[in-house]
Design a protein around this ligand. Structure first.
Ligand code: FAD
Length: 346
């Protein structure tokens, strides 16, 4: 089949590898002009390892491990009050997100066609195929279209429902970026919390640098759609008056070249497919960063979808079996995501 995948992060390239292996003609379209450099670390748990193994990238992913040894818990003055074991934030294996994305892209780029800097902007389907319009490229027709384009999936918005109907905000938002290693952390995280505010820092190997996440209780995912200047303004406003290193980190935020902003949100849909269009990863069933399961879920989802397409050769049956297999796993991850948001002060 001729298959279009929207999104080149985790679910998209992983699915592309399986579909290409199974003899399909695969194109991946990515809105960003190049691979994105998400400035945070992601982790793997449970059956995700089997998927990495089958993809043939487990050794390379292991070689990129952050080697985090645990997280120091800090009181409002920055004094250490205890620690969390490494597994809580780092799972069984933790790597910088950019490392995973690069590995998956390099692993697939020779056989899968990647188009950067473009996006689907129209989808019309009938029993024989899906006609897709793009912002830049000429329209084309595919047998299947897969939305692997994250929480604000354009495929989902065009085919399933507007964002406001399917995205549930968990009451937590935050800015992330990398900066100087002010605390001299060594392969370690530090978590500072006061009611409704949290700062998480992680040294993932480079002795000079840390990933930082400044989060705060919020009541709307609309903050995600603001521009950077506005997101910085809101972050400053919500963390105003906080002591310890926070004023310094707020200054660092403005200078960061890898700034991003995201809210803890989940995606809840009654169905993950509509005709010849199907969703995978955060686009279909985001469990929120607070679950620590998003990456594992994206990989396991891609694997399940590809396996069922290979088994059935009929996309309706394959999509139904994929959804039936994955729903219980996703529901549990979403429960963990809600609990995690409460722990972070939502
Ligand atoms: C701050 C933060 C911390 C996190 N920590 C963890 C963690 O510790 N453990 C964990 O497992 N997970 C974590 N996650 C979640 C994890 O990053 C995601 O669950 C995972 O990346 C999902 O992969 P995905 O491929 O489904 O979607 P995404 O990684 O969101 O990728 C979607 C891709 O689609 C692209 N795209 C968007 N719109 C379009 C369009 N219109 N056309 C084409 N392409 C488009 C995007 O540019 C992106 O490349 C965290 C997330 C955040 C934000």
């Amino acid at each position: 089949m001729k298959i279009l995948i929207s999104g080149a992060s985790v679910a998209g390239p992983a699915l592309a590898w399986f579909l290409d292996r199974d003899g399909h003609d695969v194109t991946v379209v990515e809105r960003a002009p190049a691979l994105r450099d998400g400035g945070y670390a992601i982790d793997f748990r449970g059956p995700a390892f089997e998927v990495l193994q089958e993809l043939g990238v487990l050794a390379r992913v292991r070689a990129s491990a952050t080697g985090t040894t645990g997280t120091d818990l800090l009181d409002p003055d920055g004094n250490r009050t205890g620690e969390l074991p490494a597994e809580v934030f780092a799972g069984e294996l933790e790597v910088p997100k950019r490392a995973l994305t690069r590995i998956l892209h390099e692993h697939t780029a020779r056989t899968v066609r990647y188009v950067f800097g473009d996006s689907v902007d129209r989808i019309d389907q009938d029993a024989s195929g899906v006609r897709v319009g793009f912002e830049r490229a000429e329209p084309d027709t595919y047998d299947l279209v897969v939305g692997a384009d994250g929480i604000y999936s354009v495929v989902r918005r065009l085919v399933f429902a507007p964002h406001s109907e399917v995205i549930r905000h968990l009451g937590l938002s935050g800015a992330g970026f990398s900066t100087a290693n002010h605390l001299g952390l060594d392969h370690r995280g530090a978590l500072w919390q006061t009611p409704g505010r949290a700062v998480y820092m992680l040294n993932a190997g480079d002795p000079q640098r840390v990933f930082v996440n400044l989060s705060f209780a919020s009541d709307s995912p609309a903050l995600d759609l603001l521009d950077r200047a506005e997101q910085e303004r809101v972050t400053r406003e919500r963390l105003a008056g906080a002591g310890w290193l926070v004023p310094r980190l707020l200054q660092d935020m403005s200078a960061a070249t890898d700034f991003f902003f995201s809210s803890a949100c989940q995606v809840h849909l009654d169905r993950w497919s509509e005709g010849r269009v199907v969703l995978v990863g955060d686009a279909g069933y985001c469990a929120a960063p607070t679950s620590g399961m998003g990456t594992s879920q994206a990989l396991i989802g891609a694997h399940s979808l590809a396996r069922h397409l290979a088994a059935y050769y009929d996309h309706d049956k394959a999509f139904a079996a994929y959804e039936q297999e994955l729903r219980p796993y996703v529901s549990e991850n979403q429960r963990i995501g809600r609990e995690g948001a409460r722990r972070f002060g939502a």
